[in-house]
Every structure is written in structure tokens, then in C-alpha cells.
Design a protein around this ligand. Sequence first.
Ligand code: HEM
Length: 118
Amino acid sequence: MPYETYKLLHVVGLLLLFLGMGGQLLGADSERGRAPRGTAILHAVGLLVMLVGGFGMMARLGIQWPWPGWLIAKRGVWLTIGALPVVVRRQLIPHGLAWLVAVVLGGLAAWLAISKPF
Ligand code: HEM
């Protein structure tokens, strides 16, 4: 598959991830304290599709180990965003803060990919 297709997968995965995460954060704040199961599935599928797109782009760009700093940092962001709904459900951080954390992490990962600062 060409680089552009992997990039499209990466961006579609990102959309699914944030759609699911929005639902998860809303659900965690609801009376039931839980979000509909579909939001967890969207979140998980988004994480996976992003990863497939990311690995595919790495292959097309010829990125091999040792990975550049910006890519390792993006992995860290991906893992943190992946764990965020669980962190909120366990009330380890306040709900309101979780929304801000999600947006800042997403913006950070996009900036890392676009600017490649290190
Ligand atoms: C939540 C976490 C992530 C977000 C928000 C994110 C976002 C983005 C965005 C917006 C781009 C396009 C940048 C551009 O147009 O130049 C991009 C590119 C890329 N991402 Fe991610 N990404 C994330 C996680 C990952 C992960 C986990 C990997 C590795 C498996 C990865 C690998 C890449 C690669 C290789 C590129 C292409 C860079 C280039 O074309 O020079 N990303 N990412």
C-alpha cells in the first residue's frame, strides 16, 4: 500500500479514537458512571488502526530502529491516550482535566509529526 493510504488510515484511526474517547469521558461523567460499550470499541479500534497506519508510514519512509525521538515521543502519547479512559474511570484525575489532557496530548502528537523537533 502506498504511503498516502497508510496516512489516511492513520488519520481515520485518529478520528475513531477521539470519537470513542469523547463518548468514554462523557459516560464516565454520567449518572451511570459508565459509557456505552460502543465507545470503548471505537476507542480501541481507533488506537489499532492508527498503529497500523503509523507502522505503514514508517515502512514507506524507511524509518528503522533506533527510531527518531519524535516517533518515540509519539508512542508515549499514543499509550497515554490509550490509558486515559481507564485513568478517568478510576478517578485518578478529575473529569474536567481529562478533556484538556486529551486535546493537549493529541495536539502534541500532531506537532511532533509535523515539526519533528528531535
Ligand atoms: C495519539 C497519537 C498520535 C497522533 C495524534 C498522531 C498524529 C499524526 C498526524 C496528524 C500526522 C500527519 C503529520 C503530517 O501531515 O505531516 C502523523 C504522521 C505520522 N505518524 Fe502519527 N500520530 C499519533 C501516533 C502515532 C504512532 C503511535 C505512530 C507509530 C506507530 C505514528 C507514526 C507516524 C508517522 C510515521 C507519521 C508520518 C510522518 C511523516 O510523514 O513525516 N503516529 N501522525
